[in-house]
Design a protein around this ligand. Structure first.
Ligand SMILES: Cc1cc2nc3c(=O)[nH]c(=O)nc-3n(C[C@H](O)[C@H](O)[C@H](O)COP(=O)(O)O)c2cc1C
Length: 210
């Protein structure tokens, strides 16, 4: 089994990376392969609402950049982690651009993330951790992913790169998340062929426009 983690920070080995590393260390210890992909330092523009992904259904975003390769990584993985620093009480801009586009493409292509395991982590200096965590979880929920929990919300505190290792409660939150994620992934794997998943319902769209 494999987990791909996306680092939404412009800092290569900053606090978000450290948080991801704490989770992936537990996954590795449980025998799950991991990879961390850095998103936040790339030039990723936002969705241009061209709807080509809806029309073509070819697993591609029309803005051909790294995102198409990352979508394939998501497709091949059994689990994903999305991590972001807090920027103005929200997801970092580059990460938000990536998530909007990648989740649109995966969603319209047979909901390719449905029933994979997905978790979110956040690094923050002081305030804005929870709104950012909620924003990240919106993507996982929309995609019908299976979300493991920890013993608190998955937010870790620090300012300068690496400072989060001093947040001992945050470190525990990430460690517990990693253990719970590994366990959930093994349960899902074990259930394959034994417990059938619920049938997929065709999406009902009701936009209050008649
Ligand atoms: C543009 C920008 C906006 C930020 N906004 C906030 C904020 O709203 N609240 C906060 O507590 N920290 C804020 N920070 C600090 C970062 O969230 C914090 O340093 C975090 O640990 C950085 O993670 P990283 O090392 O993975 O980039 C901001 C940092 C930047 C660069």
């Amino acid at each position: 089994m494999k987990v791909v983690a996306f680092n939404g920070s412009p800092n290569k080995e900053g606090n978000t990376w450290n948080a991801l590393k704490m989770v992936t260390t537990e996954l590795e210890a449980a025998g799950i392969e991991t990879e961390i992909v850095q998103v936040g330092n790339k030039a990723i523009r936002g969705c241009i609402a061209c709807y080509q992904c809806v029309k073509n259904k070819n697993e591609q975003c029309a803005l051909a950049d790294e995102i198409n390769e990352w979508v394939q990584k998501m497709k091949q993985a059994d689990g994903i982690i999305i991590g972001s620093p807090v920027h103005y009480s929200a997801i970092g801009g580059t990460m938000k651009s990536f998530l909007d586009r990648a989740f649109f493409v995966t969603g319209v292509n047979d909901s390719m993330l449905r029933h994979k395991v997905g978790a979110a982590v956040v690094a923050v200096r002081r305030s804005g951790g929870l709104p950012t965590f909620n924003q990240l979880n919106n993507f996982l929920n929309y995609a019908e992913m299976l979300i493991p929990t920890s013993n608190y919300w998955n937010v870790i505190h620090g300012r300068t790169p690496g400072e989060v290792v001093q947040d001992l409660e945050g470190v525990q939150i990430m460690r517990v998340l990693g253990k719970n994620m590994a366990w959930l992934m093994k349960l899902v794997e074990h259930g394959k062929g034994t417990i059938p998943p619920p049938e997929r319902e065709p999406k009902t769209m009701f936009s209050f426009i008649h």
